[in-house]
Design a protein around this ligand. Structure first.
Ligand code: ZN
Length: 165
């Protein structure tokens, strides 16, 4: 999912110490945890893409979506609906990270492009392959056109995207 939302009003940093603490907290923004317990970060154009847990009243939660990647400041951020993310099968749980990261990396609002590039990055990171992709295909359902086009696109790419982080 991708849609532009209004950037929240920037808080004033005062006193100075609180401002520094906020910057450190941002740098230590939680990374994404794969099903196997390892963590990663999405980086786009040299900067880490912030990952945030959506509060209960956030549109991503209200609409029952898994995540959105949206412009934030000079880059992007991923907002996770953690309750929904937890319900996904392991392969899909991990793939969705690459999908959301691809939105920021390309950058693109297009879902097929994000899926395609996400799969390329997942393969480059050594986390895809026949067994995993068979599970992803099963998740989308037999003969799913979106997944068929995703694989076709990922296979057609001459250059592989760099893995995040
Ligand atoms: Zn998306």
């Amino acid at each position: 999912m991708f849609f532009a939302v209004t950037t929240p009003r920037r808080r004033r940093c005062s006193p100075l110490l609180l401002c520094a603490a906020a910057l450190i907290a941002m740098r230590d923004a939680p990374a994404f945890t794969f099903t196997d317990g390892t963590t990663t970060r999405c980086t786009a154009r040299g900067g880490a893409v912030a990952e945030i847990a959506a509060p209960a009243d956030h549109p991503v939660v209200v609409r029952g979506r898994i995540a959105i990647t949206e412009p934030a400041g000079s880059g992007y951020r991923i907002i996770w609906n953690e309750a929904q993310l937890k319900t996904l099968p392991p392969e899909m749980h991990d793939f969705i990270f690459f999908h959301e990261c691809a939105h920021a990396l390309v950058p693109t609002p297009d879902e097929l492009t994000a899926n395609c590039v996400g799969l390329q990055i997942m393969r480059a990171a050594g986390r895809a392959g026949f067994a995993v992709e068979a599970k992803l295909a099963a998740f989308y359902g037999p003969g799913n056109e979106y997944w068929r086009r995703t694989v076709e696109c990922a296979n057609a790419a001459k250059e592989r995207a760099k893995p995040p982080g």
